[in-house]
Ligand binder design. Sequence first.
Ligand code: GUN
Length: 285
Amino acid sequence: MAQIISGKALSAAIKERATQQAVRLRGQGIVPCLAVILVGDDPASAVYVRGKEKDCAECGIESRMIRMPADTTQDALLAELAQLAADDSVHGILVQLPLPSQIDERAVIEAIPPQKDVDGFTPVNVGRMMIGEECFLPCTPAGCIEMLKSTGLPIAGKKAVVLGRSNIVGKPAAMLLLREDATVTICHSRTEGLAQICAEADILVAAIGKSNFVTGEMIKPGAVVIDVGINRDETGKLCGDVDFAAASEKAAAITPVPGGVGLMTRAMLLVNTIQAAVRQTGAKI
Ligand code: GUN
């Protein structure tokens, strides 16, 4: 049976550290503050945003939740962002995605000042990540790397396969694995021989958004499996992209869903927000 990489334990440790750092910031007169904009009433987004609000409260980070109606215009959203960008008491800005169809997502992301871009989605942060400069790393891929490292198993020189090529997860996850000296392959909906490529992976990161897409046969014995998927199966139960029961028979280590990557994504946002406050104020933590 595989080792279960618990997002619960790991994220709790990260939150504990963020809490201590927030105390030290407050001691220097700085209240770390995250602004979150939610446009519309997508139920999943509402759940995620409430989670972020709760996490901030638990760690001594101020959160400003800005809820805007589904028919918000792009100009209205950009005006809100301009205010937050100019407000020195706001250190991090996050716009919950997806946005309603009348709004151009890229234009909105590019309106976030890179120094406040705690999602790591702006072109400046993406570019800095590519060349290994100081930046904000996107929370989900950064959480995946933390989980991998927690196993103590090597990453350098290993064959890593990333399933999915989204800007939020797949592409940056591949880049961060490359930074750890893995040999990286990205698979996607057009990949030929995908199952065979997965079956040769020492590290498999599944971020394809399909329930039980990764079957037991696609897991190399002894692999480390990081399941980024958050899906519902036909009975409505939360599940990942990986057939957990089958994969855990073969893998050396695997992340559960729920209780895995999702918790790490939340924790890494707190890390980035503290870091944003530190960089903007020159405070010491
Ligand atoms: N929607 C799904 N995941 C994310 C995320 O990491 N950040 C933002 N802003 N929106 C999301």
